[in-house]
Design a protein around this ligand. Sequence first.
Ligand code: SF4
Length: 261
Amino acid sequence: MDDYLKTSGRIFDIQRFSVHDGPGIRTIVFFKGCYLRCRWCCNPEGQEFFPQELTMNGKTKTVGRDITVEEILDIVEKDRIYYKRSGGGLTISGGECLGQADFARDLLRGAKERGINTAIESTGFAPWEKIEPLIPYLDVYLMDIKHMDSAKHKSFTSQPNELILENARKIAKNFKKLIVRTPVIPTFNDTEDEIRAIARYAKSIGVEEMHLLPYHRLGKDKYYGLGRTYSLEEIEPPSKEKMNALLDVVLQEGLKGQKGG
Ligand code: SF4
């Protein structure tokens, strides 16, 4: 057996039949651990690298388990027929997959060697040396750019944005299929000026496509289930009209735009 198939990493979920995280029907593998702490994060159980207890509806379960590349590929392979028909494949999400970059590289390599389309959802907050080895095995890089103002970025995510913006520039230069995704969070980045600034940066580095993801509260109960509080309790999701207006801004800046997935 190829050694890289034995590479082990830590995940907190695998979801089959997703249509929101890259083209077609996909299997999503959620890596555990992230360097950011976005206040709106809908997967708070993916933020810590260590396993945790999560209590939901009176039941407690452990989130976080170790698994090999080969074990994941055996699951991913089950839906090959759907990938073929829909143009789908494997997406690595999280958490932040660059926190386990060798594991991500080996999983992407395994998928490519089996002829499976590959994508990652990643905010790019990692040294370039961790990103570059993934690129030969990637079909789509779905990259979050959340705000152009570094201080505001840090106040809502715990980290500044310079490294993210620089990595976006390098990824776009080395790899054509970079799609920028921006979660639209009221009180953080939901003005036309803020979205326009991100769209202009994306366009300036050669990106062709930008997706806007409306804030939602689906992860709220998980914060309490982890013994944490949810700091955006007062925030309402953006209206359809607001999302349409922001999508118009993306289109005006010459990008292909999309709301939702
Ligand atoms: S980068 Fe993604 S996974 Fe990490 S805290 Fe932010 S929203 Fe959550």
